[in-house]
Write a protein of this length. Structure first.
Lengths: 462, 217
């Protein structure tokens, strides 16, 4: 379960260079403002309107935000991050706009540049603030609308602009496109793994992410090993292998749609009934909740996080795990987008219990988990490094209190952020992947007689 | 027409008309916005239940947030319960409602209502001090927050003054009290006081959103 530290350092260097390659903004000031307003008007839903109308400015959301709690800076108060959207709504869309216009300032270009830091660098859309709001305001969802508006005006951090542009232009990330992925498949085969690529028919389409290809190869190998052991009909697709969606992260809607469509095309091509999203937090809601709405129709397949898929296989008895023993003290970090955003927080715990480790549930675990501080692309924004590290202090405190020796994660970006944060703080906790842990402790021979199938071919298994 | 007659008569009628018309306008405007269907496969289909449940569960924070939100929680309850007691359980108010609506209910002794009024005022002052001094509250506050505070506080203060016969003739105090209530009723639909109604759809939206995703929020 080791990570090649040379690759890790090389990756970190590549991230540092990202901003310098960002394409320049070609819009005039007026065009920027118009693009922001047009996006606000198009993306603002009635549910958001009701919630914007309901805020009583109680400030309780601040107490749920890792950036505010660790820095004490009131500018990070989550509801404040919606100020531009709220002002636009009040002036242009509210039933009381004739009144609000008398005392609500219009959005200016200065506001836009200020808000870039607030909705990108200092918000991971973790949605913890939505759990405390007494009015039930879904702040994270509206931060995404702010990101989309700023993206339409080309006002997003240069690192995310570069990544989104690369995904748009070449369907690649960090230079990993179809060709590089095929090379990776060959490397896995050289390790003795049977890898299915571009099969004409398969029940499962397995996705991966650029982070796993460049850094966490063992996670990729573990996923392949598990699907083979479970004797699933599965395939990778060289045209639709990437789960990471920098359109979704950066708010560039056209890139989000194109990246989503590549996966949908690949799934349709092989007739997949299930698409498995790897350990990649944001990729899950991107496909699970956003894709169908982008497509304008329900998806012809089910979307499962790999932890969710393994949890199901465990439940029906297909997946048998060795008992590691209580000498291994572990805790679990919930990826916000999989647990809090998507309700898939139980499967990782079931898997850890089945491994019979000494599982230490952290205080504020599950759907109340604290974000690692690097989600929603923040882990790539260089100028946010200190703020990210401040937020990571909360994670260290949270896990130090458990007494666990290592933290198990099920998200490559979280893992990367943990590694960077731990390195900066000389934090000595182990950091490991759930899928790797499961694959390393799977019972390789199981009697064929009592096998069920966790993947249903008809209807919704949920 | 005396000031009291004006406050009791046309001012109250117009305040009620504006209250109802304003709230209708605001709510209808929100309800008429076009709703889009979510096409993703739901984890749970009973979204209405999640929405309904969340309307009630958000009356109390998750244990996770009890400590950091203790001030708001305590003062919020004192303020809202205090207002309820003062408005609906003070015998002269009940008589007024009987005249207006034709129905009545038992009230509480004056001393209890006086205590509730004093506690309500205390909570209002505490909220104002916090809004003026806490960095987060100062950052997110606008004039609606202060004006809404004022229009809620005035009826409480004038009510206590009228109850205690302090500061002016009783009839004058009563007229001030009625006029301040009317100001609150007129402002309610247009500012943050509308949360008295809006908390229901707002919480329900979030509850339904999370329910669809299988999250018990």
């Amino acid at each position: 379960m080791s990570v090649n530290m040379e690759n890790f350092q090389r990756f970190a260097e590549a991230v540092k260079q990202l901003g310098s390659e960002a394409p320049a903004c070609k819009l005039t000031d007026e065009e920027c403002l118009a693009a922001v307003k047009e996006t606000f008007a198009r993306r603002l839903t009635p549910a958001m309107a009701v919630q914007l109308e309901s805020c009583v400015h109680c400030g309780q959301c601040a107490e749920a935000c890792h950036y505010y709690v660790e820095t004490g800076d009131p500018k990070y108060t989550p509801i404040r991050k919606l100020d531009l959207l709220k002002r636009f709504y009040r002036r242009e869309m509210s039933p009381l706009r004739w009144l609000h216009r008398l005392y609500t300032r219009d959005i200016t270009l200065d506001d836009l540049s200020q808000w870039q830091e607030l909705v990108f660098d200092s918000c991971t859309e973790c949605a913890r603030c939505s759990m405390v709001c007494p009015m039930g305001i879904n702040i994270a969802e509206m931060v995404l609308v702010n990101r989309q508006a700023l993206a339409a005006a080309h006002l997003i951090p240069p690192e995310l602009r570069t990544m989104a542009q690369e995904q748009a232009d070449n369907a690649s990330l960090f230079g990993v496109g179809s060709e590089q992925f095929t090379q990776m498949v060959k490397q896995l085969e050289a390790q003795g793994l049977e890898v299915h690529l571009d099969r004409e028919q398969a029940d499962i389409l397995l996705l991966t992410s650029v982070v796993d290809i460049l850094l966490f190869n063992d996670v990729l190998a573990a996923s392949v090993k598990l699907l083979n052991l479970l004797e699933k009909s599965w395939t990778f697709s060289s045209e639709g292998f990437e789960a990471a969606n920098f359109g979704f992260l950066s708010g560039v809607e056209s890139v989000q749609k194109a990246a989503t469509e590549r996966v949908i095309r690949a799934a349709r091509a092989c007739g997949a009934k299930v698409v498995i999203v790897p350990e990649c937090g944001h990729a899950y809601p991107s496909l699970r909740w956003e894709a169908a709405n982008l497509e304008g129709e329900p998806l012809p397949f089910e979307v499962l996080a790999i932890s969710e898929f393994l949890g199901r296989e465990l439940k029906v008895g297909n997946l048998k795990l060795k008992k590691i023993g209580r000498q291994k003290k572990v805790s679990f970090h919930d990826p916000c987008k999989v647990s809090r955003h998507s309700g898939a927080d139980r499967d990782p715990r079931e898997l850890l219990r089945a491994l019979d480790v000494d599982f230490r549930e952290p205080e504020s675990g599950g759907i109340m988990n604290w974000c690692c501080g690097g989600g929603a692309g923040v882990f790539l924004i260089n100028r946010a490094a200190d703020l990210r590290q401040a937020a990571f202090r909360r994670k260290m405190k949270q896990f130090d209190a458990t007494g666990a020796d290592s933290v198990v994660l099920s998200c490559g970006s979280c893992r990367l952020n943990f590694m960077v944060g731990a390195q900066r703080a000389n934090w000595d906790k182990g950091i490991e992947s759930l899928v790797e842990l499961v694959a390393a402790n799977v019972v390789e021979k199981s009697p064929p007689a009592d096998r069920g199938s966790a993947i249903q071919t008809n209807g919704d298994p949920s | 027409m005396t000031l009291l007659e004006f406050a009791r008569g046309p001012a109250m009628s117009w305040a009620l008309i504006i209250l109802v018309a304003g709230l209708t306008w605001r709510l209808a405007g929100l309800l008429l916005l076009l709703r889009r269907r979510d096409l993703s496969r739901p984890r749970n289909t009973h979204t209405w239940w999640g929405g309904f449940r969340t309307i009630f569960t958000r009356f109390w924070p998750h244990r996770e947030f009890l400590r950091p939100t203790a001030f708001h929680l305590a003062m919020g309850y004192v303020l809202h319960i205090g207002l309820f007691v003062v408005v609906f359980l003070f015998v002269p108010h009940i008589l007024y409602f009987k005249g207006l609506l034709g129905i009545s209910w038992p009230g509480l002794p004056n001393k209890v209502v006086l205590l509730a009024g004093a506690l309500t005022l205390g909570a209002l002052v505490a909220f104002l001090v916090r809004r003026l001094t806490h960095p987060v509250m100062r950052t997110i506050s606008g004039w609606d927050d202060y004006f809404s505070w004022l229009v809620v506080t005035l009826p409480v203060v004038t009510g206590l003054m009228a109850f205690s016969h302090l500061g002016a003739r009783y009839e004058t105090l009563l007229a001030w009290h009625l006029l301040s209530v009317e100001l609150m009723l007129i402002w309610l639909p247009f500012g943050k006081l509308a949360h008295a109604v809006l908390f229901i759809p707002s919480r329900a939206q979030l509850g339904a959103w999370f329910q669809r995703r299988g999250v018990r929020a």
